[in-house]
Design a protein around this ligand. Structure first.
Ligand code: FO1
Length: 325
């Protein structure tokens, strides 16, 4: 029997987690998801890791379907009481979701690493894939804006992404060790593909790429590195990606995404509706492919994951041949 393909996915929050779920349904324990932790912060005394939790809840089948983050069927007693007392209520913490932050905060204070806590939590929730924070060392994203330098969640949630972005900083990324299982996955001889999920490149994927060695390992990877473009029809599928690209002076197109990942990417997957962009992307990358990238329901997520793996399968032979030449 041929062994199941092992895949590494790099992922941010809501948008990326959709493809991660599709991959998980196909690969189960053969999937490793390395997750951005640049959005993490300490709020009301609690350590909150939004992208890690979004991926965890999504794969566990208990994410809030209305928001894509937080837990399904949650209640707001804590937030209501907090608001009544005049507390800081700009960041919503559902009652059931808050228990995860309490548990994580306690365990971190007792000396456990973020990755150990994550493994314990994902195990308890019955997830068989490996979900790892990109690093156990905090790497907070700072957003340079026309309203000053803002901590990520202050920019994203409190200010609702309204300030114009001038640049981004991933504080401490140059010395933060990548989580060992991220490095192990990159070096795994059984790895068959690396997938960059359709997350915001600047907010969610670049923090991972900024860690020591990660970009170099992607460049040297003997397996296809594929990304699904988060831009469809000249707009972002989710969140402020298009707004940020425009503010950074970049054209809002998949060609810009291809150029951004160009030094290590083997294939960018565009939405079928963007076939007219194929030539522009093909000029920058070894391969461009088309798929239905807009995911509304679980069937769409699995279908896209299947297409991504099939495209990777057709590329593996080419990459192996190039490396042995
Ligand atoms: N996003 C919001 O827009 N408003 C919130 O109040 C909010 C709370 C929140 C709590 C827990 C969590 O895991 C995620 C939460 N998010 C909220 C989402 C989060 O801020 C962003 O989606 C990510 O950081 C960007 O990937």
């Amino acid at each position: 029997m041929t062994p199941a393909p092992r895949v590494l996915a790099l992922c941010g929050g809501v948008g990326g987690a959709k493809l991660a779920l599709g991959l998980y349904r196909l690969l189960g324990e053969n999937l490793t998801v390395a997750v951005n932790t640049g959005d993490d912060f300490t709020h009301l005394g609690l350590r909150i890791c939004p992208d890690l939790d979004t991926v965890t809840y999504t794969l566990a089948g208990c994410v809030n379907p209305a928001t894509g983050w937080g837990r399904a069927d949650d209640t707001d007693h804590f937030m209501t009481a907090l608001a009544q007392l005049g507390g800081e209520d700009w960041f919503f913490l559902g009652d059931r979701d808050r228990e995860l932050h309490v548990e994580r905060t306690q365990r971190l204070a007792a000396g456990e690493s973020l990755s150990a806590v994550t493994t314990a939590v994902t195990g308890r929730l019955g997830i068989t894939a490996t979900i790892v924070p990109m690093s156990d060392t905090p790497v907070p994203t700072l957003v340079d804006t026309n309203a000053g330098v803002l901590a990520f969640q202050h920019y994203f949630v409190r200010e609702r992404c309204r300030p114009a972005v001038r640049g981004l900083r991933y504080q401490g990324a140059d010395t933060a060790p990548p989580e060992p299982r991220l490095l192990a996955a990159l070096a795994d001889p059984g790895l068959t593909a690396i997938v960059i999920c359709p997350s915001n490149p600047w907010l969610s994927v670049d923090p991972l790429l900024a860690l020591p060695g990660v970009r170099e390992l992607l460049r040297a990877a003997p397996v296809p590195v594929l990304a699904v473009s988060p831009i469809v029809g000249g707009r972002a599928i989710k969140g402020p990606t298009a707004k940020i690209m425009a503010e950074l002076g970049l054209a809002v197109s998949s060609r810009t995404i291809a150029a951004h990942y160009g030094d290590f990417l083997d294939c960018l997957i565009l939405d079928r509706g963007d076939a007219d962009e194929s030539d522009a992307v093909a000029a920058l990358l070894p391969r461009v492919a088309l798929a239905d990238t807009v995911m509304h329901d679980e069937a769409d997520k699995i279908a896209l994951a299947r297409e991504v793996l099939a495209i990777a399968g057709t590329m593996k032979a080419t990459i192996t041949a190039t490396m042995t030449r």
